[in-house]
Ligand binder design. Structure first.
Ligand code: NDP
Length: 275
């Protein structure tokens, strides 16, 4: 059972990654992101998930500097955007992200989507990893077949796969595959992008523990051994989302939530996207 906000899982290369963090997609690169990230760090969050495509890396970097929390105590993730696939362009895009974030290394760098050319991109990831500029490298939005394809040329096995995961999309087959491969599964849109906040099953389970549907969904991720990065730009909800380490769901409750699955996406299918 994950018992604290700073508890970590150990990736297959030995790097420790927090189970819980803040996602900052659609948080504007101004006061909004600085306030959100500072408020999260102040609350005790130690992992931040951004991406070049979110256009808020500068604000994330500024917030980290102003927070007073040491850089090495924060697990910082960013992602390579689709326009930057390819060996040389990846090396450049990585340096640009570092510069915007005001740091000289990343804890985790992910290929955001499996665009054509991802094998060349991965070679650049491996070089940056071997040079010690990234502590762990991974994927996002890779189906099993994308991972298998990558593994035909990869020298370093990805450490993480960040995937859409919430009670409407439970991804059982991909989770099982990642587990066997020792690739840590990480949820994006763990709150179904706000879609399930009034769900009666989640409400009923939450009432038993004095928790909100959002808190129940976050706890359900942890019970499944899935890293979770709920987004909020509201300091009250940032705090609320972190108050999930003082209760545990029973296996019956986990199954009840699993049964909400409808294989329903809030975002694009990695086999069919046009961006
Ligand atoms: P989430 O599933 O985390 O849901 C966020 C929504 O829920 C916001 O509208 C937020 O509003 C609201 N919310 C948050 N906490 C609460 C609460 N306690 N009670 C009520 N409402 C709440 O959405 P995201 O889609 O942002 O996913 C999370 C993160 O995953 C992203 O920020 C990003 O880091 C990552 N991601 C990665 C993707 C990828 O392709 N790799 C794709 C999508 C997301 P408010 O801010 O007002 O609180």
């Amino acid at each position: 059972m994950v018992k604290s906000i700073t508890e970590t899982t150990t990736l297959h290369n030995g790097v420790k990654m927090p189970w819980f963090g803040l996602g900052v997609w659609q948080v504007a690169n101004d006061e909004e992101v600085v306030t959100a990230v500072k408020s999260a760090l102040d609350t005790g969050y130690r992992a931040i998930d951004t991406a070049a495509a979110y256009k808020n890396e500068e604000g994330v970097g500024q917030a980290i500097k102003e927070s007073g929390v040491a850089r090495e105590d924060i697990f910082l993730t960013s992602k390579l955007w689709n326009a930057d696939h390819g060996y040389e362009s990846t090396l450049q895009a990585f340096e640009d992200s570092l510069q915007r974030l005001g740091t000289d290394y990343l804890d985790l760098y992910l290929i955001h989507w499996p665009k054509d050319g991802f094998k060349d991109t991965w070679r650049a990831f491996e070089k940056l990893y071997e040079e010690g500029k990234i502590r762990a490298i991974g994927l996002s939005n890779f189906h099993q077949h994308h991972i298998e394809d990558l593994m035909t040329t990869a020298k370093v096995k990805p450490m993480v796969n960040q995937i859409e995961f919430h009670p409407l999309l439970t991804q059982e087959a991909l989770r099982d595959f990642c587990k066997i491969q020792e690739i840590q599964f990480e949820a994006w849109s763990p709150l179904a992008h706000g879609k399930l906040l009034d769900d009666p099953t989640l409400k009923e389970i939450g009432e038993k523990y004095g928790k909100s549907p959002a808190q129940v969904m976050i706890r359900w991720d942890l019970e499944h051994g899935v890293i979770t990065i709920p987004k909020s730009s509201n300091p009250g909800r940032i705090k609320q989302n972190s108050e999930v380490f003082d209760f545990e769901l029973t296996s019956e409750e986990v199954e009840k939530i699993d049964a909400l699955n409808r294989n329903e996406r809030t975002g694009a299918d990695p086999d069919n996207f046009d961006f």
